[in-house]
Design a protein. Structure first.
Length: 188
């Protein structure tokens, strides 16, 4: 599914992978303002609703948007793991991991990586996340911790068993995610 700017032809795109078994429509609201700001957002509807089962390559997933040459790739939870698998495409300038980490070695990749976490996330394994940092490009990696956010805060699909409590509304989280995308990914 695609969120596109209403009044301009976009030259920037975001390819986004949902978390495992999370309805892709749950990510529309968080990215509405990103699209309104001029970025085409392509939210993948993965095979069997599991990003890791989706074997399509970057060109296939973005091929309907040939005018876009400036891509970021992102994902939430296991969707972020899948995004890492495609992040080495030459059109990708930035990888954004929402409550996620990489299982692929991207240490030599020519891209920036931003990891966005909630301080009340009860689901991400902190030891695995820290170990996975060695797979990211040295000097091109940063972490943003969102106070009050939990694992499910990155979509609008409701609470998950084992997760911490979120003190943020969907509107507050949308504002934070828009700020990350506009000031950290496309700040120029």
């Amino acid at each position: 599914m695609v969120l596109a700017p209403a009044t301009t032809q976009s030259t920037r795109g975001l390819l986004y992978f949902p978390g495992a078994k999370v309805d892709p429509y749950s990510y529309l609201y968080p990215f509405l303002e990103v699209a309104a700001g001029g970025v085409t957002v392509v939210i993948v509807e993965p095979t069997l609703n599991m990003a890791l089962f989706d074997t399509r390559d970057f060109a296939t997933l973005t091929g309907s948007h040939p005018a876009i040459k400036d891509w970021a790739i992102a994902g939430h939870s296991l969707g972020g793991v899948r995004a890492c698998m495609l992040a080495d495409d030459p059109q990708v300038r930035t990888l954004v991991l929402f409550a996620s980490f990489c299982a692929e070695d991207l240490s030599m990749a020519n891209l920036d990586v931003i990891q966005v976490l909630g301080d009340n996330d009860g689901l991400i394994d902190e030891v695995t996340r820290l170990e996975a940092q060695s797979l990211l490009p040295a000097g091109r990696y940063s972490t943003i911790v969102i106070p009050g956010a939990n694992h499910a805060s990155f979509g609008t699909y409701g609470p998950q068993p084992g997760d911490g409590e979120s003190s943020l509304t969907d509107a507050q989280m949308q504002e934070v995610m828009t700020e990350v995308m506009t000031t950290r990914v496309w700040s120029d």
